[in-house]
Design a protein around this ligand. Structure first.
Ligand SMILES: Nc1ncnc2c1ncn2[C@@H]1O[C@H](COP(=O)(O)OP(=O)(O)O)[C@@H](O)[C@H]1O
Ligand SMILES: [Mg+2]
Length: 257
C-alpha cells in the first residue's frame, strides 16, 4: 500500500521550477533514497510534504488524507517527522531540554497549556523526560544529556536529530542529508540507525549525496533533476542508468554531490 502519494506537484520560485509536475508513490516499510544534483528540488519536496511550503498545484496525500493547507505541526501529528539539512538546536539549552522542547513543539502544545500544568501533566513530563533519556541512550549520547547544544560536534548534532525524529513516534521519516559533513565512523552508525528504523516498521525517505550510503541501505532510489523524476528503481538499476550519469556529468560517479 502507498503510504505517501505525490500527485502532480509543482512549486515555482521566481520562474525557477523547483518541482515540476512531480508524481510518485512511496510504499510502506521501505527505505527510499532521494538523490539528484544541487538545486534539483529535494529539500523543496520535503518542505512541501511537511507543510513548510505550499504547493502551487498538485497534492500530497498521506495515508489517503490530502495534506493541502495543513500546518507543519498538524502534519507532524499525523505521523510524518523530518530532519533538517541545517540542524536546529538551541545553543543555550541542554541536549535533554532541546529534545523535550522539540517533542512538545512538534506535537503542537500551546504555551498556555504548558503554563497551566496539572499533576497529570507533570506526570506526563516525567514520562517524556524518561523517554527522551532512553532515546539518547539509543543514539549513544546519554552521557551528553546535560551538555549545551553548542558544545556538540557536528556528528553528535546529527545523532540528536535522529533522537528527535524517533521521539516523535512517526510512521514516515524524512531525513535531509543525514550523513552530510560527518566522519566515516559516524556514517556507519547513521546507516545502522536508518536500517533500524526500517526494522521498526517505519517508512524512510532520505536525501543523500553519498552514493555508497545509498547503495548500502536503500531499497529504492528516486533521482530528481530540475524538479522531475528522471529515474526510479533499485540501487543497481540506478547506478547504470545513462540519464542519471549524464545529469551528474562532470562529477565523480561515486560521489554525486
Ligand atoms: N525559499 C526559496 N526561495 C527561492 N528559491 C528557492 C527557495 N528554496 C529553493 N529555491 C530554489 O529552488 C531550487 C530547488 O532547491 P532545493 O529544493 O533546495 O534543491 P536541493 O535540495 O535538491 O539542492 C533551487 O533552484 C533553489 O535555488
Ligand atoms: Mg537540499
Amino acid at each position: 500500500m502507498a503510504i505517501l502519494e505525490i500527485k502532480n506537484v509543482s512549486k515555482d520560485f521566481d520562474g525557477v521550477k523547483a518541482l515540476d509536475n512531480l508524481s510518485f508513490d512511496l510504499r510502506e516499510d521501505q527505505i527510499t533514497a532521494l538523490v539528484g544534483p544541487n538545486g534539483a528540488g529535494k529539500t523543496t519536496l520535503f518542505n512541501v510534504i511537511t507543510g513548510f511550503q505550499e504547493t502551487d498545484s498538485g497534492t500530497v496525500v498521506y495515508k489517503s488524507a490530502p495534506l493541502t493547507h495543513l500546518a507543519p505541526h498538524k502534519i507532524s501529528r499525523m505521523g510524518i517527522a523530518r530532519t533538517f539539512q541545517n540542524i536546529r538546536l538551541f545553543s543555550h539549552l541542554t541536549v535533554l531540554e532541546n529534545l523535550m522542547l522539540a517533542r512538545k513543539y512538534e506535537t503542537g502544545e500551546r504555551l498556555s497549556s504548558a503554563l497551566l500544568r496539572s499533576r497529570k501533566m507533570l506526570n506526563e513530563e516525567k514520562i517524556n523526560q524518561q523517554r527522551t533519556i532512553e532515546l539518547l541512550e539509543e543514539v549513544g549520547l546519554s552521557h551528553k544529556k546535560d551538555a549545551l547544544g553548542n558544545e556538540l560536534s557536528h556528528g553528535q548534532r546529527r545523532l540528536i536529530e535522529f533522537a528527535r525524529v524517533k521521539a516523535m513516534d512517526a510512521q514516515l521519516l524524512l531525513l535531509d542529508e543525514p550523513t552530510a559533513g560527518v566522519f566515516p565512523e559516524m556514517i556507519a552508525a547513521i546507516k545502522k540507525m536508518i536500517l533500524n528504523l526500517k526494522e521498526m516498521g517505519k517508512t524512510v525517505l532520505f536525501i543523500e549525496h553519498d552514493m555508497k550510503v545509498v547503495m548500502d541501505i536503500a531499497d529504492r532510489v528516486i533521482v530528481l533533476n530540475h524538479g522531475k523524476v528522471i529515474a526510479d528503481g533499485s540501487p543497481m538499476e540506478i547506478q547504470n542508468n545513462e540519464e542519471v550519469i549524464t545529469a551528474y556529468l562532470g562529477r565523480r560517479r561515486n560521489n554525486v554531490s
